[in-house]
Design a binder for this molecule. Sequence first.
Ligand code: PEP
Ligand code: MG
Length: 320
Amino acid sequence: RRRLLEEQWDLPAITADGVEIHLRANIELPDDSSLVRRMNADGVGLYRSEFLFMNRPDIPDEEEQYQAFSRVVTEMAGAPVTIRSLDIGADKGLSDDETTTHNALNPALGLRGLRLCLRRPEWFRPHLRAILRASALGPVRLMLPMLSSMSQLLQSRALVSELQAELRGEGLPCDPDMPLGIMVEVPAVAMAAHYFAGCADFFSIGTNDLIQYALAVDRGDDDVNDLFDPLHVGVLALIQHTIAAGRAKGIPVAMCGEMAANPAFTPLLLGLGLREFSMYPGAIPEVKEIIRQTSIAEAEQLAMGALAGEFSVALETGHS
Ligand code: PEP
Ligand code: MG
C-alpha cells in the first residue's frame, strides 16, 4: 500500500476524464517545505503564519518574518506560496498577550484573525511588509483569515497598497500585483460570495471554521463532535455557492480546511466544482489516487445526491 501511494508522487493530478486539479500543501513552519517538494505539491495553498508567533514570549520582528517567508518562497522554486496573514485568537492563542487571552465570552466570535490584525497595526504592518518583501522572490499570494465584512477587505487592500508604496520609497522590491484573496470561513461570506468575488483575487474555503460557524458547533469541543458534519446539506450548499460564485467571476476557488484532505470527500468536492485542494502534505498521495479514478460526470451525480440530503439522512438514520 505504501509503495502504491509513493507511486502517486510523480503522477499528474488529473481526473479519469482529463480535468486538471491543483493539489497544494498546508504548512505551519518553513521546515515543512521539504516535504511539500517531496510530495510534488503544486505549491503551498495555506501557510499558517501564526505558528511563527506561537509558543514564545515575544513577537517576531519584520526581519525574522521576512527570513521565514523568503525561505519558503525560495524553496518552492517558482510554485505559488499562499501566505495566510496572522490568524490568532480563539483556538490559536499567543503565550503572553492580553489581547487574545482576555476573558471574551465567545472567543471564536471575538477579536481573532484579521479583526485582531486590523486593530493592531503595530503587528500587522511589519507582518505585511515581510510578506510583501518575500513576494519579490517568487509568486506569493496573500490570504486573509476570518474575514466577515467588505470593509475589512477594502481596508486590507488599502494597507497593502500603502505598504507597497512605502517599500518602493525605501528601495525594497516587492510584487506590485501580489494577489489578495480571502478565506471563506464565515457563513455570511459564503452566502455573499458573488459580492466578495468582485473584490477578492481568490477564495479559499476554510471548512474547519465554516462548519463550526454554520452549524454552531465548537470545532474543539468533544461533547458536540458528532454534530460537526461536513456532509450537512447546509454546509454543502455554502460550499457549492462559494465555488459557483468564484467561477462566475473568474477567480480561483480552493479549499484548505480538513475536509479537503479526506479522500472520502474527494469525489463529492469535485462534483461540487472544486478544482484546487490544499491539505497537509502527507494526505496528497491518497487524494490524488482518488482524483485519478474519478470522472467529473459521476462526481457531479454524487454531489447532486448529497445536496439533496442523501448522505446526511444515511448518517442520521444509520442506513447507507
Ligand atoms: C479552516 O478554518 O478550515 C482553516 C483552514 O483554518 P484553521 O484550521 O487554521 O482555522
Ligand atoms: Mg480557520
